[in-house]
Design a protein around this ligand. Sequence first.
Ligand code: GUN
Length: 294
Amino acid sequence: MAKIIDGKELAKKIRQNLKIECDELKEKGITPKLAVIMVGDNAASKVYVKNKSKACNEIGIEYQEYILGNETTQKELLDLIKELNKKEEINGILLQSPIPTQLNINEAFKTITYSKDVDGFTPSSVGKLCIGEETFISCTPYGVMKMFEEYNIDLNGKDVVILGRSNIVGKPLIQCCLQKNATVTVCHSKTKNLKDHTKRADVIIAAIGQSKFVKEDMIKEGAVVIDVGINRSEDGKLTGDVDFENVQKKASYITPVPGGVGPMTIAMLMNNVIQATKEQYKAKNNYKLIYQYK
Ligand code: GUN
């Protein structure tokens, strides 16, 4: 029987430590502030955004929501991002995806200034991650890596199979796992003989958005199974991409849904907002010092 990786508990511990960091910033007169932009009325996004606002409240991060209508134009969206880029009191900008199809999300992400890119989606953040420089890391992959760290799961030399190649999860995870010296395979909807890949994986990370897709016969005995999926069944119940009940009998470690990767994503977003605030404060002070010296 697999050990459960308790994302809920780990996320709570991370948020508690972040609250201490946030209180220290406030003592210096700095209040971190996150701006969240939501375009349209995607039901799942509303839930995610509500959870992000709750976490901000708990930690003491100010939270400002910008809700734009379904008919929003690209120019209106970019203008709002540019305005938020300029506002000194805003430390982090998050554009909740998905957005309506008439809009170009990559162009919108590109417009977010690097220093406020708490989601790690700008080309600068993605590029830095690829060449191993310190940067903002997309929150779900970052949360998964924190889980490995907490549970002493060493990826060195391990075969990691990632199911899904999204820009938000699959692709950044490739880089994160490579940095830990794993041998990484990425599978997707066009992959042939999927089971051949999953059966030899030491670690499987499922991020495909298909309820209970990973079955017991797809994994080897003792594999570590990380479930990034959040699917809602007709009766409103949350399910992951992994058939938890059966896979847990064979895995060595497994993440549950809910209570696994989901809370970690939010905790790492909070972490990125606090770090962004600190970096911006440092840069401003350095600038002042240089200016005074001159
Ligand atoms: N939509 C689903 N997950 C995410 C996320 O982590 N960040 C943003 N901005 N949108 C999302």
